[in-house]
Ligand binder design. Sequence first.
Ligand code: NAD
Length: 399
Amino acid sequence: MKILCVLYDNPKKGMPKKYPLSKLPVIKKYPDGQTLPTPKGRDFKPGTLLGCVSGELGLRKFLQKNGHKLVVTSDKDGKGCRADKELKDADIVISQPFWPYYLTREKMESAPNLKYAITAGIGSDHVDLQAAMDHNIDVYEVTYCNSRSVAEHIVMMIISLVRDYHNQHAIVNRGGWNIADAVHRSYDVEGMHIGTVAAGRIGLDALRKMKPFGVHLHYFDKHRLPKSVEKELNLKFHSSVESLVKVCDVVTINCPLHPETENLFDKKMISKMKKGAYIVNTARGKICNKQAIAAALKSGQLSGYAGDVWFPQPAPNDHIWRKMPHHGMTPHTSGTSLSAQTRYADGVREILECIFSRKQVRKEYTIVRNGELAGTGKHSYTKGNATGGSKEAARYKKR
Ligand code: NAD
């Protein structure tokens, strides 16, 4: 089989010769009891860069030994890009949400052999899922591989926004010491109302991690959590997003991007939020209307916005979120710490081993199978397409 793997660029100065830590902590199970990925083998050192082109997700040896052809590239956007050329006779595409290869209907239709799209991470909205269903292309992702990594990032972002860390850090970097400038927007999170839109693997973990800060917790989800969990966290369920945003000081967004959630936080929804609230969105950029977010930060309707997800990715150099006030944006990094890379590289290998030996891939990893949403896809997504507009990613110029 031919496997096309689209990964982010190598570090500008080349692959690291050494890393800060020589070993990763050992984690045996996820909180719901699911095991970590269990491939039959591993050809990389845990804790090294695997998500960039030279890292190759540690797959080359395994694939070549089994007679498959692996092509790895980061050139994924714009007319004539390498990924589009290589896609034409590929059987499997592997891509990542951090550097998404937008697999639109048109691209799928240029690839008659394509049978599988695998996400090295979580969130398969860069694949037109409706087109995948229509063309019988199975879609898999490595459920849970980086959910807890993202939850850590959410906590970091909530605390740093509310305390106004970015401004304080910038003052130090500029050589300054004006304490009043440093604290005139700085608060404690203790006592605040924190709510998540979606309490799946990430949302629930973020709530659990925030609990010790002495905050009030809220959630909205299409699927209600067990009563025991609501009790454990003293968690208030809301029957709509509107009801939740009305009372929360901080709203974190943790649902997948699909037709129901695209543009969910538009001007109207933001106007229903508590004045001066904060948003942390590590789910997907397109869930928030970019102009409406920037305008709300300017007017003071929002006090801060942070996250690591943009649309499209890479974000064009003039993307309005790069320059808006009171933001704490990072490039899409929360789910690709070195710890997470080890898990998603193992997970992709497990999925490939199943495909090659015609064994069923775990249902947790399944988004689309046999022309239908299935497994996690059925639980967390709705039919339809959310890849529209992705051509804009070609406007990004490397710096
Ligand atoms: P999950 O499948 O465990 O949880 C998703 C939850 O969203 C489910 O509980 C589902 O019921 C809920 N949901 C779906 N549609 C909804 C709607 N319209 N309204 C309210 N709730 C809705 O997935 P997860 O591991 O928690 O990941 C969630 C999303 O986070 C991913 O799909 C992806 O987009 C994003 N993510 C981002 C990164 C990153 O690096 N920034 C990494 C992993 C995942």
